[in-house]
Design a binder for this molecule. Structure first.
Ligand code: NAD
Length: 503
């Protein structure tokens, strides 16, 4: 049997799967950002391939929705077990394909396992309310039913976990899934789908419950987004594309979960433990080379701690081990591709033009592959337009403040609303930050990083981050349709609100 995680450049892996693996578009060679070496290739899907995949997923839904939820969850349990068995191999592939340090890739696969565990329990917990009726002998009953095909469109930076967040929950909820991964990380997507397909087949579900279609966002992504057979689109990516996806799905009254860009800040107050704050900001800003939606991009430091924080961060940045992300102990690998390096350089230039001062880093490193940089610390001021933008690279803007209201106002004065943090040992400051006039983000952290969410909570953000929620808590509700039933066991007809309608 084909090993799920083995690829070669000579023999392209078909980039579409529903009931069989078959794709008829151009072949794409995949290069590692570590050194530019070819690590495999995929045949991309054509529009016709995408049509077959969507049709098969829609047809598979008719049967999958009738499988009892605990039995669907048992399949998800086995998926979690299969991922446990291949954790190291899958982590190595993620690192090779997108360049994050191996320890972070292991964390990404662990997150997939964790969401499978969560979805197993969910299989016995999906439940609706029973509510009192105003009519004698009646009751109201809510049921949650499977929704349909869920289209999952993912970004490059979490090439496996975002699919798992959606797929594990959607499968337990009785939906079938069609995944369109980022074109930058197709091999990881093929590997995950092969693992899922094997588990499903072993359980008597040979195809189209968990499908894959690899191709350009504009052509293949757009097909998923506009197809009325795709009941829900879970889209993770940049704000401009998310805006387009939101409009198209809304136009056809489909459902969407939008998980878009963030511009996350940490407020460091005078009562903070400076070492704790430094460690958390360092991880938030530099982890995944600043390519997390939750990366810390702004630090708003009380003026009494500003110099100390600047010195601490400069020293950490200067000592940061940057190197081959497959080697244990490296904390930063390459950016995902040379275009990301250009984007980062252009942002640094703009920041300087707007009055920012580079305090440390921001250099391009001359290494093979052309994707290597040092992370950049920039002293900024609130008038800089670029500080309000998300640059998907390791640039950290430092701002200072005098009173907390000013810090919270600065914090919220960006279009995005994903993650936030405050470092404080003053409970009144904490409560202000967590209260209705505090952080306006979907995620609010106290004395810990903006980045590194756990699967147990609902994940997502406000404003231009799109408003979607996925992963834990009651995010599963987005993957199901709610039906309110009125059950009349009274033996006669009685109308609500006391209405009389008798001949
Ligand atoms: P991107 O927007 O370039 O691509 C994301 C996905 O959209 C890819 O699969 C791409 O092929 C697809 N796509 C492109 N055009 C499309 C179209 N017209 N229709 C449908 N799909 C289309 O994003 P990226 O560079 O891969 O990822 C970085 C961005 O993703 C950042 O903004 C980051 O903040 C965001 N992100 C958000 C979250 C979150 O949970 N909020 C998580 C990860 C990444």
């Amino acid at each position: 049997m084909l090993d799920p995680i083995t690829f070669s450049s000579a023999k392209p892996a078909p980039g579409a799967f529903a009931t069989t693996w078959a794709a008829h578009g151009p072949t794409r060679t995949v290069r590692s950002p570590i050194d530019g070496a070819a690590i495999g290739s995929v045949t991309t899907a054509t529009a016709e391939d995408a049509e077959s995949v969507i049709a098969a997923a829609h047809s598979a839904f008719q049967g999958w929705r009738l499988v009892p939820a605990p039995r669907r969850a048992e399949v998800v349990r086995q998926l979690g077990q299969a991922l446990r068995g291949r954790k190291e191999d899958l982590a190595q592939l993620i690192t090779l394909e997108m360049g994050k340090p191996i320890a972070e890739s292991r964390g990404e696969v662990q997150e997939m396992i964790d969401i499978c565990d969560f979805a197993v329990g969910l299989g016995r917990q999906i439940g609706g309310l029973t509510l009192p009726s105003e009519r004698v002998g009646h009751r109201l009953q809510e049921s949650w039913h499977p929704l349909g095909v869920v289209g999952v469109i993912t970004a490059f930076n979490f090439p496996a976990a975002v699919w798992a967040w959606n797929a594990a929950v959607a499968l337990t909820c009785g939906d079938t899934v069609v995944w369109k991964p980022s074109s930058k990380t197709p091999l990881t997507a093929v590997a995950c789908t092969r693992i899922a397909a094997e588990v499903l087949e072993r359980n008597g579900h040979p195809g189209a419950v968990c499908s894959l279609v690899i191709g350009s966002g504009r052509e293949i992504g757009d097909r998923l987004v506009s197809d009325p057979r795709v009941a829900m689109v879970s889209y993770t990516g940049s704000v401009p594309t998310g805006r387009h996806v939101g409009r198209v799905v809304q136009e056809r009254f489909g459902r969407h979960i939008l998980e878009l860009g963030g511009n996350n800040a940490a407020i460091i107050t005078p009562s903070a433990d400076p070492e704790q704050a430094l460690a958390a900001v360092f991880f938030g800003a530099v982890g995944t080379a600043g390519q997390r939606c939750t990366s810390t991009r702004r630090v708003i430091v009380h003026e009494s701690l500003y110099d100390r924080m600047v010195e601490g961060l400069k020293s950490g940045y200067a000592r940061l081990p940057i190197g081959d992300p497959r080697d244990e102990g490296q904390l930063m690998g390459p950016l995902v591709d040379p275009a990301a390096v250009q984007t980062m350089q252009a942002a640094i230039t703009r920041a300087q033009e707007q009055g920012g001062v580079v305090l440390q880093g921001g250099e391009v490193l001359e290494r093979e592959g052309g994707c290597w940089v040092t992370p950049c610390l920039i002293q900024a001021h609130p008038g800089m337009a670029i500080v309000r933008e998300e640059t998907f690279a390791p640039i950290l803007y430092l701002l200072s403040y005098r009173d907390l209201d000013q810090a919270i106002a600065l914090h919220n004065d960006v279009p995005q609303g994903l993650s936030s943090a405050i470092f404080t040992n003053d409970m009144r400051e904490m409560e202000r930050f967590l209260g209705p006039a505090g952080s306006d983000c979907g995620l609010a952290n106290v004395n810990t990083s903006t980045s590194g969410a756990e699967i147990g909570g609902a994940f997502g953000g406000e404003k231009e981050t799109g408003g979607g929620r996925e992963s834990g808590s009651d995010a599963w509700k987005a993957y199901m349709r709610r039906q309110t039933a009125v059950i009349n066991a009274s033996g006669s007809i009685a109308l609500a609100q006391g209405v009389s309608f008798e001949l």
